[in-house]
Write a protein that binds this ligand. Structure first.
Ligand code: SAM
Length: 214
């Protein structure tokens, strides 16, 4: 099959067009079959750079946006990462290829169940998937080298900042849900320091004890 006819290459092109130059990240997109992380009936759009509905009013993150957020974590390969909002696991799979291990948490049990079997079918073993409210993080596995929040809230929930080690990175869409600024933060001795704006974006809301009421 030529490169042009290899469907994941369409996503690699979209990710490059979004400004991503990290070859490890581009390779992770190339070898992760997005079709394996979508609900039945959506395979035709698997390699289009678009969000896909996954039930409960949720959508997958657009692949180029996931890539921008992951790049904002500055992963080198040996990190212990926390992801809030697993969805069906495509972004989790990318993280699993780029870090030593991933703890991920999803609030909807049926979505989490699908993600678990999607990841297992791809042979991805360095992911620990929890079901529950991730707005308070996963304290029993902290500290984390990096935290990625896949849902929007106007501020970073305090427990997530507390569970990030000094010098670690956190990426979150900051906003009310529907119109956000995706920001990369650095954990300093005095708390989180805003490092850079990654992109404007539209996200679903972070619900839970330290997020919007459920
Ligand atoms: C944009 S979607 C899916 C993102 C996913 N990482 C992907 O690659 O497609 C955000 C997810 O966050 C989940 N979510 C929202 N609030 C949450 C919370 N407090 N704890 C865990 N998951 C949450 C939603 O149920 C939804 O599946």
């Amino acid at each position: 099959m030529t490169e042009a006819a290899h469907p994941p290459e369409d996503l690699v092109r979209a990710v490059r067009a979004a400004g991503i130059r990290d070859e490890r990240l581009l390779q992770a997109v190339r070898v992760t079959p997005r079709a394996a992380f979508l609900p039945a009936g959506h395979q035709a759009h698997a390699y289009h750079d678009v969000p896909i509905p996954i039930g409960h009013g949720q959508v997958t993150t657009q692949p180029s946006l996931s890539a921008m957020m992951i790049e904002g974590l500055d992963l080198s390969g040996d990190e212990h990462v926390l992801e809030i909002g697993t969805g069906l696991g495509f972004q989790t799979a990318l993280l699993a290829r780029l870090a030593a291990g991933v703890v991920t948490i999803e609030r909807w049990p049926d979505i989490a169940h699908q993600a678990r079997s999607n990841l297992a079918r791809q042979g991805i073993r360095n992911v620990e998937l929890r079901v529950g409210d991730g707005s308070g993080g996963v304290p029993d596995r902290a500290p984390y080298d990096a935290v990625i929040v896949s849902a929007a809230f106007p501020e970073v929930p305090a427990p997530l900042a507390e569970q990030l080690r000094l010098g670690g990175s956190l990426v979150q869409p900051i906003g009310p849900g529907g119109q956000e600024q995706v920001v990369s933060f650095l954990r300093t001795p005095t708390g989180l320091e805003r490092r850079r704006l990654l992109t404007p974006a539209h996200f679903v809301r972070l619900h839970g004890r330290y997020g919007f009421p459920s």
